[in-house]
Design a protein around this ligand. Structure first.
Ligand SMILES: [Zn+2]
Length: 249
């Protein structure tokens, strides 16, 4: 990933150059403006001063949401010691972040053994659906070696399940005493639910994602999903690149 000297979010959203790297970033750091944890090319204004910047608490925009979850983690946490579990989560967070950042998405949250990534804000990209799907493929590839890296054998099952959905989402600050920058709405809920329905090593996407991809990927299976809390049945598609399956060694 190419790192930038100024914050890409502030530049694209407001045309304001906020320096986040190099000697000219020192005055900004003294003012309390740092690199964002959500993406190394963004700054903390992008997450914490959202209300001031956009002059509203929430904005509704087209985004693509990616949820990924480490399968086998709960079981494994009962079998191996805390140090190795820590190492496992560390590697997972690291590989997820790299895959998402590379495709200019933000890592909005890590929730235990799961990640929520958002594409198309604050770095606006016309091909945000393609970017999110590419990040999903990269994430699966990057996680293939995690098991070996922490020295787990064949007897342990570990994999990643991914769900991707796209549509209008509400993005912004929630709460007053405890402020949280996050994305909400039915698109997020569906993305989360289809991620639950994805098996280990699978990437499950919706009709909306598939139609944006223009046959650039291979659909390996179609499933009709009745998801918890979602009224209508939803079509889920497992996808692969050039017909290759994502299985963890
Ligand atoms: Zn910024």
């Amino acid at each position: 990933m190419k790192t930038t000297t100024i914050c890409q979010g502030c530049w694209e959203q407001m045309h304001v150059p906020i320096v986040i790297r190099g000697p000219f970033s020192i005055p900004y750091r003294l003012m309390g403006i740092h690199k964002s944890q959500m993406h190394p090319n963004l700054c903390t204004i992008c997450e914490s001063s959202f209300t001031k910047v956009k002059k509203q608490k929430q904005i509704v925009i087209d985004t693509t949401i990616l949820f990924a979850d480490l399968r086998g983690y709960t079981h494994l946490s009962q079998e191996i010691d805390d140090a190795r579990i820590n190492e496992l989560l560390h590697l997972f967070y690291d590989e997820c972040s790299k895959a998402v950042w590379e495709m200019e998405g933000i890592v909005n949250k890590f929730i235990g053994d799961a990640v929520l990534a958002v594409f198309n804000f604050p770095m606006v990209r016309n091909n945000h659906v393609q970017n999110a799907v590419e990040a999903a493929f990269q994430l699966q590839k990057r996680c293939l070696n995690i098991k070996k890296e922490i020295g787990l054998g064949e007897e342990h099952s570990l994999g990643v399940g991914i769900g991707v959905h796209t549509g209008h989402c509400s993005l912004g600050e929630v709460g007053t005493s405890y402020k949280d920058f996050t994305v909400i709405g039915s698109v997020v809920n569906i993305a989360s639910r289809i991620q639950n329905a994805a098996g280990s090593g699978e990437i499950l996407v919706t009709d909306e994602v598939l139609s944006a991809l223009n046959n650039s990927i291979t659909v390996t299976e179609k499933r009709v999903l009745n998801l918890k809390g979602i009224d209508k049945a939803i079509n889920g598609y497992t996808i692969s690149q050039n017909g290759t399956a994502n299985t963890m060694a």
